[in-house]
Write a protein that binds this ligand. Structure first.
Ligand code: G6P
Length: 369
């Protein structure tokens, strides 16, 4: 088993470290930065559909649902198509309004999740076109779908999803730019710019992984916490949700992810000296707003751990701990900001003596309702 873990103590850690490779594999053969072109062979027969689609519905469960929320930001921003993101388990039971004009994108690592399959079947009956974004080649969901994109992250063994998540986000980023390209909602020069940057993301993930030792020190400070709050805005909000899910899944610390601005409508009541608050506070459009949220937490004695852009000094002076990640366009922040959060949960869970790869009560693939 040690051999299978490639010298790492756990599959989860191995899979975290595989991300430069898995994201590169997801991009391979699909982006042509110099020409400003995205190619998605698996959906190319549906180009006309993409040109005319009025609405996209994303269905998924768990971590895949978080990837869907990132996808919503990206598709709406670049392709300008309205997107709804649904928990498959809710969608399937509430007589949803779907027509043949809709495109449903089902996201699933395993391709076998019962609720997601049922959601697809329902949407198919109502005439929608179904795309699958899956990791496991030939699984049930790709077979049920009309077309799709494989994430190519490779087998994921750890129950808590890591590399499959970043590969899903990568596939959705490609999807957003692909649809944008078909609909002409992005200029060629912008696409050249973005794809050139996207091509460098695997290298930047590698750089981000170097935060590991520092994250381990932070983990040691907060390993005995009973609660933890994760806050972010824009596409960093789903990153906060995913950070919280990772922590609760493997360390059994109660954690919640929230949009930073919503904090004042509830979670702020929980903040005291025993409450670590993790912020995604990179230098993007909501930077200034997130800074005021950090000040609000500080004023109430909460401990702040902030994911910041390299070289940031403003947040450094406010936070108890900062974790620097490379500066990147807003579109790609989720792919980098997720990494230290995975490491933080991992180290905390190890320090608490938890079974990191197989947390209690959880299954890798939920094939029953
Ligand atoms: C389970 C797994 C999660 C996963 C979710 C959805 O709960 O433990 O890691 O995100 O199912 O699975 P899927 O294979 O559809 O992505």
């Amino acid at each position: 088993e040690m051999l299978e873990k490639g010298g790492y103590d756990h599959f989860m850690l191995k899979e975290i470290y595989e991300q430069p490779r898995s994201v590169r594999d997801c991009l391979r053969g699909r982006i042509y930065p110099q020409q400003g072109k995205v190619q998605l062979g698996g959906v190319k027969e549906y180009v006309e559909k993409l040109k005319n689609v009025d609405r996209i519905i994303i269905v998924a469960c768990g971590t895949s649902w978080h990837a869907g929320l990132v996808g919503e930001y990206l598709i709406e921003e670049y392709a300008r198509v309205p997107v709804e993101v649904e928990y498959a388990s809710e969608f399937r039971y509430r007589n949803p309004i779907i027509t043949e004009k809709d495109l449903v994108i089902a996201i699933s690592q395993s391709g076998e999740t019962a609720d997601t399959m049922a959601a697809i079947e329902l949407a198919k009956e109502k005439g929608a076109t179904i795309f699958g974004i899956c990791n496991v080649v030939g699984a049930s969901i790709p077979r049920l779908s009309h077309a799709g994109v494989y994430t190519h992250a490779g087998p994921e063994i750890g129950v808590a999803s890591t590399k499959a998540f970043t590969a899903q986000v990568t596939a959705l980023t490609l999807m957003a730019f692909y649809i944008a390209q078909q609909r002409g909602t992005i200029t060629e020069s912008k696409l050249i710019e973005y794809l050139t940057e996207l091509n460098e993301i695997p290298t930047l993930i590698e750089k981000t992984l170097k935060t590991n030792d520092h994250v381990q020190i932070i983990a040691d400070k907060f390993k005995d916490s009973t609660n933890c709050l994760f806050l972010g805005r824009g596409s960093s909000f789903p990153v906060a949700l995913e950070g919280a899910l990772k922590l609760k899944e493997i360390s059994y610390i109660h954690a919640e992810g929230y949009p930073a601005a919503e904090m004042k409508h509830g979670p702020i009541a929980l903040i005291d000296e025993d409450m670590p608050v993790v912020f995604i506070a990179t230098k993007n459009s909501s930077y200034e707003k997130v800074i005021s949220n950090i000040q609000e937490v500080r004023a109430r004695g909460g401990h702040v751990i902030a994911i910041v852009s390299e070289g940031d000094t403003v947040v450094r002076d406010m936070a108890d701990y900062v974790i620097e990640i490379p500066q990147t366009s807003e579109a790609f922040v989720p792919l980098l900001a997720t990494i230290p959060l995975q490491l933080l949960s991992y180290h905390i869970a190890v320090m608490r003596g938890c079974n990191v790869d197989q947390p209690r009560n959880l299954a890798k693939s939920v094939t029953v309702e």
